[in-house]
Design a binder for this molecule. Structure first.
Ligand SMILES: N[C@@H](CCC(=O)N[C@@H](CS)C(=O)NCC(=O)O)C(=O)O
Length: 216
């Protein structure tokens, strides 16, 4: 059995806990029944301390024996190829799954992340808000007609799309009942709940370690 290691940060502030993207990889491993270890790089100096592994100084990145990969989408597709639980074997199902995985990143997250960033930094932009509303409306139409994005069943594309959509401010933007039902359906999965709880536990343990170090 291959030795999978998911790399994340050793600590983050409260805000992003439950949303740091190593969760995507933990979740995929849980869904696919893959054993994995979690290791960390330092939050402090993160922009320079692991550039050989992730050239943008971010997490996650993945090690699988001799293979090293960064970008959560690339890591997910790598994990999904290990068995058919996240990626159908039939060519049409596989193509549709890859297509929607890329759509989650390149048609939805590419709008939601800058929108969210400007919203929390107070620099909201009407054009960007309009663009995001249009994309989410288009996706709402798709999700109103099907339960899963690809191949008629849960795949890595749903894992990623739901992870992109579950961000609280994005979820609260407008009324899109099919999208909301989809996010609930996907995040009700035990593998998601375990991945989220494990990430929150990981950062809570880091708080305890820091507090212990501070009292010495
Ligand atoms: N496109 C990258 C984005 C990675 C990313 O935004 N990582 C965040 C955590 S979720 C991070 O490392 N933030 C720290 C920083 O940018 O300094 C991916 O999907 O892997």
């Amino acid at each position: 059995m291959s030795e999978l290691t998911i790399w994340t940060l050793d600590w983050v502030p409260e805000g992003p806990r439950g949303f740091v993207r190593d969760l995507r990889l933990r979740w995929a491993c849980e869904e696919a029944g893959l054993r994995y270890a979690v290791r960390t790089v330092a939050f402090e100096d993160r922009e320079t301390n692991h550039l050989a592994q992730q050239p943008f100084g971010q997490v996650p990145f993945l090690k699988d024996e001799g293979i090293e990969i960064f970008e959560s989408g690339a890591c997910l597709l790598h994990l999904a190829r290990k068995n058919d639980r996240l990626l159908p074997r039939d060519p049409a199902g596989a193509a549709a799954t890859v297509q929607w995985t890329i759509a989650a990143l390149n048609s939805i997250e590419m709008v939601t992340v800058p929108w969210w960033f400007l919203k929390v930094t107070g620099g909201e932009n009407d054009d960007l808000t309009g663009w995001m509303g249009k994309r989410l409306d288009q996706l709402e139409r798709v999700l109103g007609e099907r339960e899963w994005l690809a191949a008629g069943r849960f795949t890595v594309a749903d894992l990623l799309m739901a992870d992109v959509l579950r961000v609280a401010k994005v979820r609260a933007f407008g009324h899109r009942p099919a999208t909301e039902a989809y996010v609930r359906r996907v995040t009700e999965r035990p593998a998601f709940k375990k991945a989220r709880a494990d990430q929150i536990g990981h950062f809570a343990a880091a708080d305890r370690k820091r507090a212990g170090e501070g009292s010495n």
